[in-house]
Design a protein around this ligand. Structure first.
Ligand code: GLY
Length: 352
C-alpha cells in the first residue's frame, strides 16, 4: 500500500486503503460510525465508498448542503444535533466523505463534539486531496470571512482514492490544480513545469507529490509559526477576492482555486516589485493561470472592498497585512509588508 506518514496519522493511497480503515475500526471498537456527506457526495461517492466499508458497526449518514456558503457554525450545530439524536458518544467515529467544506467542517465538528471524537478524512475533490484533508486544519467561515473559526486537529487516517475524481466537474478539478501550482512555485518547480508543459500528466503522481510536500512542510511547522505560511502563497489576496465574490449578490462566486490563482499572479507581481522576482517569471505564471482559468474582470470600483477584506487575513498581526512573497521560484520570503497601493497595482496588472 502506498502511504505517507503524517505526524500522527497515515495518508493511504489506492484501494488497499480501505483494508486499513476496516482495521482501524476493528482496533478501536467504535460504537457508531457517522459518515458526513453532502447531496453530491451522497449521490456519487457514497455508492462507491460503502461497499468498501467492511464492518458490523452501526453506520449513520449525516447530510449537509454543499457549498462554501454552508461552511458555518449553523451547519455545525445541525450536525452536532444529528449526532446527538443518533446516540453519538465519545467512542463514535466520524468519516468525512467530500470536498474541502466537508473535511474542514467535519474535522471541526468531530474535534469539538464531547471534547473530541475520532475522524477519518476521505477527500473526494482534487482540492481536498492535495490540501484540505491533510495537515490538521479544521474549521468554518464566519460570514464570508474564510476559516476564521477553527482549530488544529488531526484525523486518524486520510484515504486518497482518485476514483472519486470521476465524480467531480472540470471546474472543480481546475480549482484543485491551483494548489498544485502553489506547491510548484514555493517548493518544487517541477510540479509547476509539469502543469505548464502539460505532458504525461498523471494526476495520481501530482497528488502524491503534493501531499508529500504538504506533509514535509507541516511536519516542520504544524501550527503555522513560520514555514507553513508558504502554503498561503496566493491566498492572502486570493481569500479576500474569494470572500468579495461570496458576498456580492450580483456576481457569480469564484471557486477557491480561481480566486487563489488570481492571488498568485498578483503576489508574483508584488514579489517582482519588492523582492526582484524576475518579471519574465511573473509573465510565465500569469500565462499559465490565464491558460487554465477564465479571466475574471476585477472592477476598479471593487478594489477598496477587496482591500478591506484583506484586514481579516489570519496571518495579520497588529493590523498589518503579511504576505508570503517570492525572491524566485522555490525561494520565498515570509511576513512581507506590502503597501496597499502596490496591492491595487497588482490587481490592475492582473486585469491588463
Ligand atoms: N491550506 C494551507 C494549510 O493547510 O496550511
Amino acid at each position: 500500500m502506498k502511504t505517507i506518514q503524517a505526524v500522527s496519522y497515515p495518508v493511504h493511497f489506492q484501494k488497499e486503503s480501505y483494508t486499513a480503515l476496516s482495521n482501524l475500526i476493528d482496533k478501536n471498537n467504535y460504537s457508531t460510525i457517522f459518515i458526513l456527506v453532502d447531496e453530491n457526495t451522497l449521490a456519487q461517492c457514497y455508492p462507491k465508498f460503502i461497499p468498501n466499508l467492511k464492518t458490523d458497526k452501526t453506520i449513520e449518514l449525516i447530510e449537509i448542503e454543499s457549498g462554501e456558503i454552508n461552511k458555518n457554525l449553523e451547519t455545525c450545530i445541525g450536525v452536532w444535533n444529528a449526532i446527538t439524536a443518533l446516540g453519538g458518544d465519545r467512542k463514535s467515529l466520524l468519516i468525512t466523505l467530500g470536498g474541502g467544506v466537508i473535511t474542514d467542517l467535519g474535522g471541526f465538528v468531530a474535534s469539538c463534539f464531547k471534547r473530541g471524537i475520532d475522524f477519518v478524512n476521505i477527500p473526494t475533490t482534487l482540492l481536498s486531496m492535495v490540501d484540505a484533508s491533510v495537515g490538521g486544519k479544521t474549521g468554518v467561515d464566519l460570514g464570508v470571512l474564510k476559516n476564521q473559526i477553527g482549530l488544529f486537529a488531526n484525523p486518524e487516517m486520510v484515504i486518497v482514492d482518485v476514483d472519486y475524481l470521476t465524480t467531480v466537474a472540470p471546474r472543480e478539478i481546475k480549482s484543485g490544480t491551483a494548489e498544485i501550482i502553489k506547491y510548484g512555485l514555493t517548493y518544487d518547480i517541477h510540479l509547476f513545469n509539469e502543469i505548464k508543459d502539460n505532458k504525461n500528466l498523471e494526476i495520481s503522481d501530482l497528488i502524491f507529490r503534493s501531499v508529500e510536500i504538504k506533509n514535509e512542510v507541516v511536519l516542520q511547522d504544524p501550527k503555522e509559526k513560520n514555514l507553513r505560511k508558504i502554503l498561503n502563497f496566493g491566498h492572502t489576496l486570493g481569500h479576500a477576492i474569494e470572500s468579495f465574490y461570496l458576498e456580492s449578490e450580483d456576481k457569480e462566486n469564484l471557486t477557491h482555486g480561481e480566486a487563489i490563482a488570481i492571488g498568485m499572479v498578483c503576489e508574483c507581481y508584488m514579489s517582482s516589485k519588492l523582492l526582484g522576482f524576475p518579471t519574465e517569471k511573473v509573465g510565465e505564471v500569469k500565462n499559465l493561470v490565464l491558460s487554465i482559468y477564465n479571466k475574471t474582470n476585477l472592477l476598479q470600483e471593487d478594489f477598496s472592498l477587496i482591500l478591506d477584506l484583506l484586514k481579516h487575513d489570519k496571518k495579520n498581526v497588529n493590523g498589518q497585512v503579511n504576505f508570503v512573497l517570492l525572491n524566485d521560484y522555490e525561494d520565498f520570503k515570509l511576513d512581507c509588508k506590502v503597501p496597499l497601493e502596490l496591492v491595487t497595482e497588482s490587481m490592475e496588472f492582473y486585469n491588463e
